[in-house]
Design a protein around this ligand. Structure first.
Ligand SMILES: [Zn+2]
Length: 343
């Protein structure tokens, strides 16, 4: 590697030549390769990390192009992870990039997350974040939460053993449909860029700083809004009663996720159920309100919410189960479920 390439990083005293060498040996997993994940993968590769593994189940769509920095119009319809790996190779540098076009469940996380030092959250759904949190705490491995909706977002680095975890902050995920998603509330590119930058900065410090200098730091959550220019940070205390890092119960990692997206034979329909550990009653009225103006033929009747979107007819039941008519692809249905219902 040319020493000149990373000259400006080496001149940054908290990193220095030793820190750059640590980065050159570092291995990370980036989960999701859309808006946040693409920016994160690019930042890690440009910073000269040794190894970046990317996992994403989606293909590039036209509506991704305003925010997803690694994709161009000619990439539409191709798997995001593979397109991203090719884009990162064009940047050059010493980083080895390994793409995986797959849906991340507990089994795959164990496979892809074991030989990395840090996990970066570029997902669009809470179910996967709770899964990553369980895995990271179980293995004592840091991960960096990032979430964006509209013009604002949150960053929360989780360093097991020394700080709080996601479940210290939010012990249980909200029921599917309870929170706004980028599909219902929209999202601005600068919000994505800002949150990805803070996540990447936290990752570089965790991977590149001199060992021992980060011990004892309080867990900090940062929220910022690129529209109002408001930001604030809170210290998150570790909860000794936390089911995950306190009691070491890993319900999301242990959950049997097989069968939660099931193709119904011969009907061109897939049934998706919320992950077992996240099951709760869904507030169909608030989901109805959020989908208004987005979905077609939206109707809430007899305890069933139905709508059409992207060529799919979706029916949501109060227990969180949903049918997707118009596809036989369980991975696509699972992805639409996470996007539309915000599981
Ligand atoms: Zn915890």
């Amino acid at each position: 590697m040319s020493a000149g390439r990373f000259d400006r990083q080496i001149r940054f005293a908290p990193l220095g030549a030793a820190g750059q060498e640590r980065l050159a040996r570092a291995r990370v997993l980036v989960v999701g390769c859309g808006a946040l994940g693409g920016a994160l993968a690019q930042s890690m590769a440009r910073s000269g990390l040794g190894f970046v593994r990317i996992v994403d189940r989606d293909v590039v769509e036209e509506s991704n192009l305003p925010r997803q920095v690694l994709f161009e119009p000619t990439d539409i319809g191709q798997p995001k992870a593979q397109v991203a790996a090719r884009a990162l190779e064009r940047i050059g540098g010493p980083t080895r990039v390994e793409p995986h076009v797959r849906h991340l469940d507990a089994e795959l996380l164990r496979e892809l997350g074991t030989d990395v030092e840090l996990i970066l959250d570029g997902t669009d759904n809470l179910a996967t974040r709770y899964l990553i949190n369980d895995f990271a705490v179980e293995r004592g491995r840091p991960w960096v939460y990032g979430g964006v909706v509209g013009s604002s977002g949150i960053v929360f680095p989780v360093v097991p053993q020394s700080g709080a975890c996601l479940r210290c902050l939010f012990p249980d995920p909200p029921p599917p449909g309870a929170l706004a998603t980028c599909d219902s509330a929209g999202v601005l590119q600068p919000a994505v860029a800002a949150i990805a930058a803070l996540q990447a900065g936290a990752a570089l410090r965790l991977l590149g700083a001199e060992p021992g200098t980060l011990v004892g730091r309080a867990s900090r959550l940062v929220e910022l809004d690129v529209w109002t220019l408001e930001s604030h940070a809170i210290e998150v205390p570790r909860d000794p009663q936390c089911p995950c890092c306190g009691q070491r119960s890993f319900a999301f990692l242990d959950a049997d996720t097989t069968g939660d997206a099931l193709s119904l034979c011969g009907r061109n329909t897939v049934q998706v159920r919320p992950q077992r550990s996240a099951r709760a009653r869904v507030d169909l009225a608030s989901l109805h309100a959020r989908l208004a103006g987005l979905a077609l033929d939206l109707a809430l009747q007899d305890g069933l919410l139905r709508f059409r979107l992207e060529g799919i007819t979706c029916s949501v039941f109060p227990d969180g189960r949903a049918l997707f008519e118009g596809t036989e692809d369980p991975v696509r249905a699972r992805a639409l479920y996470d996007r539309w219902l915000g599981s």
